[in-house]
Design a protein around this ligand. Sequence first.
Ligand code: VGL
Ligand code: ZN
Length: 193
Amino acid sequence: MTDYDPTTALIVVDVQNDFADPEGGLYVRGGEAVVPVVNAEIGAAHDAGATVVFTQDWHPESTPHFEKDGGVWPVHCVGGTWGAELHPDLEVRGPVVRKGTSGEDGYSGFSERDPTSGEPHATQLGTLLPPETRRLVVVGLAGDYCVKETALDGIRLGYQVEVPLALTRFVGLEEGDEERAVDELRAAGVQAV
Ligand code: VGL
Ligand code: ZN
């Protein structure tokens, strides 16, 4: 269990049916196993007065993010579908930030890029963190995409960032992706433990 205090924010990334359910459109192996351990972290964070925020991948039916539209991913997390819903066992005790809603092809919970111009703009996530926030704990799915990019943005924004590896799982499109993601996190100054 991670230590929490009021200057810490727990960011629970994309614990949604399409990633966490074996029947999901982009199932991340072992994704369902993070739900109970993430719930325990949510409870500990609440008890310690930490902030808890959730993100939700939320795509239109067509987006350059999907393979059928020129991207790399099978269709997943289409807004309003079962796959986009947060896992039914997840204890959602905090605000939920949706990302990708206008067809953006990005991974971080903090920022999105305009699908046509490529211009980055901030999501709501930054505004939900109280000014006294110093430290982020980033958990959920998937470790090599949205968790990683959210953690890296956290470093860029000046936070101390931790990714407890027991609280995430990796897509692993290519052999070695998990190790590369962990190396990249550590090289950027994220504590991936
Ligand atoms: C994610 C791939 C595509 C994630 C989202 O939540 O990590 N990965 N869309
Ligand atoms: Zn996605």
